[in-house]
Design a protein around this ligand. Structure first.
Ligand code: FAD
Ligand code: UDP
Length: 376
């Protein structure tokens, strides 16, 4: 590849993976990020008073079925095995999440088995042909009792709208099991980096051809100084909100320090809509291989994104999808030397493994064909 200078906007997983691949080709890469740290929303750092590794933008558990992605991240740091088990605090008591046979048996005071649970749930399910949204999907599969106790309140708080306005794909993220397996994920490879996600991303960016500039806001006036720009920020922000703001939920946190073990688990979800917060995380439980006398406890609240907030969860309501299509059309018409990659630029709810997989395949195609391979 005839190597020139490239600009990567954003030092999260998407930007870091792209920068590294280009740098390994011998190209000079400048990575800018407006924040004062690398790693984007996966950023981790040790909290001063407790020395606990905190996932600053909310709990992150790496999980994937993609061996190539798993091997890739493991080249840049060691992962400790970690199985995420969540507790759901509800109006009717405290249960195991994701929903499994223990949850169902304790909730209904039954002794169902893998062979009898489905027939039992059928007696609860609402008859809805072709469920069209989150609520219909949940009612058709679980019935009213489980839906209202575990999903309605949490989802309404998390997304700030009625669950029937949301796509059913959000519910499908969560496994529902007819055995006693309480692992939050089904993925073959699961873990948490021993030295935090920022440690991994720092190693990805650690290459003589990569220059990282933090506290640096991107301006499109710079495009002409580079052969190509890989933009991993928000697409609506790139176009100065020409068609309006895409819908995002953001979260904010309240921190407390305690002695010992505060809640006995890394994450407790609060499913009752009258409880203001969505979940409480106690970060030392994400690193059970470390010992800490003190503990940092973080309560998470969800709210609508304003101009000042970091966009977290793309809402993807009907009007958002339409606006996103307008941004895509406009972007394609511009024919700039810019590619849009990652969760914000493509306005999708993407896990870490998926953004890494997409960044690798995108930049490989770019390197091999010297052009972009999709409308963006
Ligand atoms: P980001 O990490 O958002 O990086 C984009 C970067 O671009 C940011 O650092 C931003 O500052 C920078 N930027 C934006 N605009 C500009 C600009 N104009 N100029 C300069 N810099 C700019 N995934 C999992 O696999 N497992 C989990 O358990 C998990 N938990 C999550 C929990 C929460 C609360 C959230 C919100 C997400 C979670 N994710 C999880 C998803 C994960 O955070 C994303 O997949 C990942 O962060 C996406 O990486 P990215 O590089 O595309 O975007
Ligand atoms: N959810 C819920 N109750 C819970 C956990 C999840 O209603 O106790 C719903 C909620 O709408 C959430 C979705 O299921 O957004 C997917 O859950 P997941 O844990 O994947 O959410 P995320 O990791 O995105 O926060």
């Amino acid at each position: 590849m005839d190597c020139k200078r490239y600009l990567v906007v954003g030092a999260g997983f998407s930007g870091a993976v792209i920068a590294r691949k280009l740098a390994e080709q011998g190209c000079k890469v400048v990575v800018v990020d407006k924040r004062n740290h690398i790693a984007g929303n996966c950023h981790t750092e040790r909290e001063n008073k407790t020395n606990v590794m905190v996932h600053k933008y909310g709990p992150h558990i790496f999980n994937t079925n993609n061996k190539r992605v798993w091997d890739y991240v493991n080249t840049f740091g060691s992962f400790m095995s970690y199985k995420n088990k969540v507790i759901a605090d509800t109006e009717k008591g405290v249960f195991s999440m994701p929903m499994n046979l223990l949850t169902i048996n304790q909730f209904f005071y039954t002794k169902l088995t893998p062979n009898t649970v489905e027939a039992y749930l059928k007696t609860k399910q609402l008859k809805i042909q072709n469920p069209q949204n989150f609520e219909e999907q949940a009612l058709a599969f679980l019935g009213e009792d489980l839906y209202y106790n575990f999903f309605y309140g949490y989802t309404k708080k998390q997304w700030g709208c009625e669950p029937k306005e949301l796509p059913s794909s959000i519910l499908k993220r969560l496994p529902i099991r007819f055995n006693y397996d309480d692992n939050y994920y089904n993925s073959k490879y699961q873990g948490i980096p021993e030295k935090g996600y920022t440690g991994i991303i720092s190693n990805i960016l650690d290459h003589e051809n990569i220059e990282v500039r933090l506290d640096t806001e991107y301006s499109s006036t710079e495009n002409s100084n580079y052969e190509h720009v890989f933009y991993t920020g928000a697409i609506d922000a790139y176009h100065n909100y020409k068609y309006g703001r895409l819908g995002y939920r953001t979260v904010f946190f309240k921190e407390e320090i305690h002695n010992g073990d505060y809640q006995g688990n890394a994450v407790i979800n609060y499913c009752d809509q009258d409880v203001e917060h969505t979940r409480v995380h106690e970060h030392k439980h994400f690193a059970p291989w470390e010992k800490h006398d003190k503990t940092i406890v973080i309560t998470e609240y969800s709210k609508e994104t304003t101009k000042e907030d970091e966009p977290y969860y793309p809402k993807r309501l009907e009007q958002d999808i339409k606006m996103f299509e307008d941004y895509k059309l406009y972007t394609n018409g511009l024919k700039e030397n810019v590619s849009f990659v990652g969760r914000l630029a493509t306005y999708r709810y993407l896990d870490m493994d998926k953004v890494i997989e997409e960044a690798i395949s995108y930049v490989e195609y770019f390197i091999n064909n010297k052009k972009t391979n999709r409308p963006f």
